[in-house]
Design a protein around this ligand. Structure first.
Ligand SMILES: [Zn+2]
Length: 358
């Protein structure tokens, strides 16, 4: 189901919110075909959004419907952003230098087919960037514009992973990311698919999974960096006219999905460029975090309503536009990505148990 988001998106161009998983794959369960099941239309009401509903991860805007509210929010965002900017310099420096292989780390555990390619966020993660062309969009490496767009994704990746490193540290854990494909060329790939992958449906999972298995020697790269986890970011060179928003498929969608990947559509929905917060949000899905902005198999409607009522700033409920991430990485998120083994809200609201405790 689709809702027009054009007017909405243009009136609120600064505050981008809620990456919205409006349809998800139910593999091997009620939907044997692996085709995505569209969510009920009331998901839109839950967050007051008028964004498309048939996508995996539509990113839409906060329900800031009046100019006054929008201005207030913008002011708040600006203040927080500048504060964040100064406080993040240290982290930025650290993150800009991917950890060199540390021989004191334990050897990576062999993949056991459990929790997918990304397990606990407490560890070292290799991020593979795949610049994907399909029947609808292409990358032209000779184009300066495309080269700049690629470079922007690297900057966003740095910001998104720096955020995660910083947030995870607050829980006494260490999340390191190896992602800099300018420095290490075994992290960057180009792919060409004779298919349409800019789609809100996740039924092409196997196409991308097979590409990964055939083209990336994940075990070798993980061993090189002493990494525990692998995530794959497929970047599609979409224009603003694209109406499909970024989304992720992994173990949380289906226990058979061992290759956990995010489809980042670089531009979408008339006005948006996928911001760093979207990168962090999508990567968190790979580790087990659930969307909080619509009712799903893990999150009941009551909790969604609670988030809306309290104006949640949880990054799994809402994502902000702009270069600096100002969303909250909450105790609930920490619980779902394997950092903790308890969260009061899970029992209080009847939320699903963390996959890390299954
Ligand atoms: Zn999401």
């Amino acid at each position: 189901m689709w809702f027009s988001s054009k007017q909405w998106g243009k009136t609120v161009s600064f505050v981008l919110s809620a990456v919205m998983l409006a349809a998800f794959v139910s593999c091997g369960q009620s939907n044997k075909s692996g085709k995505p099941i569209a969510n009920s239309p009331d998901n839109a009401k839950a967050t007051g959004k008028t964004i498309s509903m048939a996508t995996f991860e539509p990113t839409s805007t906060q329900p800031q419907s009046t100019a006054t509210t929008t201005e207030k929010t913008q002011a708040a965002v600006k203040t927080k952003a500048s504060a964040k900017k100064s406080s993040r310099k240290t982290t930025a420096t650290q993150a800009a230098e991917p950890a060199s292989p540390d021989n004191t780390r334990e050897a990576p555990r062999p993949y056991e087919g459990f929790l997918g390619s990304a397990r606990s966020l407490d560890g070292t993660t290799v991020v593979f960037s795949v610049f994907a062309s399909d029947l609808s969009v292409k990358w032209d490496e000779k184009s300066q514009t495309d080269a700049e767009t690629m470079k922007d994704t690297l900057d966003n990746l740095w910001r998104g992973t720096s955020y995660l490193t910083e947030q995870v540290a607050a829980f006494g854990k260490t999340a390191s990311f190896i992602y800099d494909w300018e420095r290490d060329d075994d992290l960057k790939y180009t792919a060409s698919f004779d298919d349409n992958l800019v789609t809100e449906y996740g039924d092409k999972y196997e196409v991308q999974r097979n590409w990964v298995l055939q083209n990336i020697d994940t075990d070798a790269v993980k061993a090189k960096y002493n990494a525990d986890n692998a995530v794959y970011l497929f970047f599609f060179n979409t224009d603003y006219s694209n109406q499909v928003n970024p989304w992720t498929l992994g173990y949380t969608n289906c226990s058979e999905y061992d290759v956990e990947f995010c489809n980042i559509y670089v531009k979408f929905d008339d006005v948006f460029i996928s911001p760093p917060a979207t990168y962090a949000h999508e990567i968190m899905h790979c580790f087990g975090a659930h969307d909080l902005y619509y009712a799903n198999a893990h999150i009941p409607q009551e909790y969604v309503d609670h988030c809306k009522k309290t104006g949640s700033n949880d990054i799994m409920y809402t994502v902000n536009d702009g270069k600096w991430i100002i969303n909250d990485f909450t105790e609930l998120d920490a619980y779902y990505v394997g950092l903790t083994d308890h969260c009061d809200e899970v029992e209080k609201w009847g939320l699903a148990k963390s996959e890390h405790l299954a």
